[in-house]
Design a protein around this ligand. Sequence first.
Ligand code: 13P
Length: 267
Amino acid sequence: MPRKKLIAANWKMNKSIPESVSFIDNFKNSIKSTKIKDFRDTENPKDFPVSSKNEIVICPPFASLNEVKKSIKGTKIKLGAQNMHFEEKGAFTGEISAPMLRDAGCEYVILGHSERRAYFDETDGIINKKIKAALKNKLKAILCIGETLEQRESNETKAVIKFQLENCLRSINNEEIKNIVIAYEPVWAIGTGKNATPEQAEEVHLFIRGLLKKLYNVDISENIRIIYGGSVNEKNAKELLAMKNIDGALVGGASLDPKSFAEICNT
Ligand code: 13P
């Protein structure tokens, strides 16, 4: 069975609550005008067509989760968060837990984003704990991995990817891994306007799939989704998504504009 494509919007620390709601309204209108035949909504086909083959996930800031949840009701758009703590509750001022995100209507959570690693000192060990907490609470994890420019230039890309993947997935079993999506996000391509070429991304995705085959088995490695993130926009999405091992996109900057994001989803 072909892997379902997943297009996720990572808004990062952007958009007020009214801006988030207005995005969803505009996005629904933009996507409605699509000519792509497989866009349908089973409950209300005329009102809002969303592909049954693909998944769209919006990850707004925490403050907007509730209003976005209301705005996407009746559509097949899914809600995701951008981070969480690994504990379920307690004295962790300023943090949010997996059960709280479930409560808020999230189905997905982004974990291990390079901005979390760089600015908040998240290690693979912490990310591993977060993944376990997410899965325990029935959240699907979008696990981000990727090398810096310096690492790429010194030919360390594969070693870095292997290290991050093995350590983030430590003691995640064959059942649990099915609820994880891997996002390959080369740090040098994030927010720089300089995306990896489809060939560069495909090479790493194929490498990740090979690692997953060794860590798990061929079935798991063939079914798991590996999405690409790093300066994806409406112009380069088609070429990237056409690659055999690229199963979707994690979009930052271009996901802030409803028209651009709709065009990427329609790709
Ligand atoms: P940009 O699309 O802005 O490069 O951000 C990518 C990203 O970090 C998605 O998580």
